[in-house]
Every structure is written in structure tokens, then in C-alpha cells.
Design a protein around this ligand. Structure first.
Ligand code: SF4
Length: 216
């Protein structure tokens, strides 16, 4: 599936954005990835973490999801504190970061302008999220980072024939489908972090609860 994902050109607007987004002076001279960014981690893990999409200068630059941007900084240090990854930083594809009993991905695999994929783009990319669910067959837990990721997860289960009616996003809460608990949190965007909407202590607390539930 990796080759299929990184070669995908199904969404013209996102293909144009990922390939042509301007390099900010901070990353001048760096070669950007500029392709779709697949998920990675332990495909036999109990947890799947789902974000929105790669950031223009994060995953779209480094070629690895939640790598090299502010959201990654916050998320990975919190996951490390909860014992769900091997180090507190995520800076490049070769930095040695490993996810423990868990796999990480995004609902949409290409960086979108203003971090806002359209509904059509979200549905186009669902096929890859579905394939990731099918490959990760020991899952008992999902962490949805933000409303958008939550919607893709519900779409995926709905299309797979599960009942999702009445399931709502609520920060720090969870809902369940048979055999899988879906935790929901605000996305660790700089805005959510800086405004205090997402509170580190609560977020890490939820990650620790998830780890317990996974059976770690
Ligand atoms: S967002 Fe998904 S479906 Fe659209 S071009 Fe990228 S990989 Fe393909």
C-alpha cells in the first residue's frame, strides 16, 4: 500500500498544493518530500492515532507524519510521557522515533491549504485509512485528534457496516464500537495549545488511560 499512497494524485487541489507550497525562509535549501505521507508504526499495535493531515512544513517537508512541526513537538512529547513512544522528539525520518504498541496516521495523506481539506478530499482518502485499519488487526483503541479525524473514523466504520449513530466528538471522552474504543481529543495545533483549549496535564492523563485500556 505504501507505493500506492505515495503515488496518489486523486485530489488535484492537494497535489498542486503539496508540490508547490512555498518554502519558508526557516527551511531554505531543504529538499521537501512533497508527496502523500503514509502512516507508520507498529501494525500489530493496540492503538491507532489519527490526525487531520500532514502540515505543509511538517510531514510535507520531512516525509513522515507528525514530524518536524509544532503539533508533532507537543504530541510526541506527551506520548513519550505516557510511555507510548521511544523518545520525546520527532524531527526527521531518521531520528530513531518508535511508536510503542501503536500506529500513527492522518485522515488525509496530503498537506491541504490552511489545514482544511474539503469533504470530497476527505472521502477520496478514506480508502487508505480503511486499508490501514484492515492491516492493523489487533487494534482495541483509536485516538482521534480533532473533529475532522473523528469524522473520517466514523465514516470508515459506517461504510464497513458498523452502527455509529449518536456518536459525538467530545474532548477527553470516548465512544465505542464492538471491540474498539474511540477516544477523542482536540488536535494539538499551536492554536489549541497556546489558548489553553488543550491542556497538557489532561491530555497526558488521557494518554495514560488509553495505555491502560490497551492492556500495556
Ligand atoms: S489526499 Fe489522499 S486521495 Fe487525495 S491525493 Fe492525497 S493521498 Fe490521494
Amino acid at each position: 500500500m505504501y507505493k500506492q499512497v505515495i503515488g496518489c494524485r486523486k485530489c488535484p487541489r492537494l497535489v498542486d498544493f503539496r508540490e508547490n507550497v512555498k518554502i519558508t525562509p526557516r527551511f531554505d535549501g531543504e529538499k521537501f518530500w512533497r508527496k502523500p505521507v503514509p502512516g507508520y508504526g507498529d501494525t500489530k499495535g493496540h492503538l491507532m492515532i489519527v490526525g487531520l493531515a500532514p502540515a505543509a512544513s511538517g510531514g510535507n517537508r520531512t516525509g513522515r507524519i507528525f514530524t518536524g512541526d509544532k503539533s508533532a513537538e507537543y504530541l510526541v512529547s506527551a506520548l513519550y510521557e505516557a510511555g507510548l513512544c521511544s523518545q520525546a522528539t520527532s524531527t526527521s525520518r531518521n531520528d530513531g522515533l518508535r511508536y510503542i504498541d501503536s500506529y500513527i496516521t492522518a485522515a488525509v495523506k496530503c498537506a491541504p491549504p490552511d489545514n482544511k481539506p474539503t469533504r470530497e478530499e476527505q472521502l477520496n482518502c478514506l480508502v487508505y485509512l480503511d486499508a490501514e485499519f484492515l492491516c492493523n488487526d489487533d487494534l482495541n483503541c483509536i485516538l482521534a485528534l480533532g473533529h475532522f479525524a473523528f469524522r473520517s473514523i466514523l465514516d470508515r466504520f459506517k461504510f464497513a457496516g458498523f452502527e455509529t449513530k449518536g456518536m459525538k466528538f467530545k474532548n477527553g471522552a470516548y465512544c465505542e464500537i464492538p471491540g474498539i474504543r474511540i477516544y477523542t481529543s482536540y488536535h494539538p495545533t499551536p492554536r489549541n495549545v497556546n489558548t489553553g483549549r488543550l491542556k497538557r496535564m489532561e491530555f497526558v492523563g488521557m494518554l495514560k488511560e488509553i495505555r491502560k485500556y490497551m492492556g500495556q
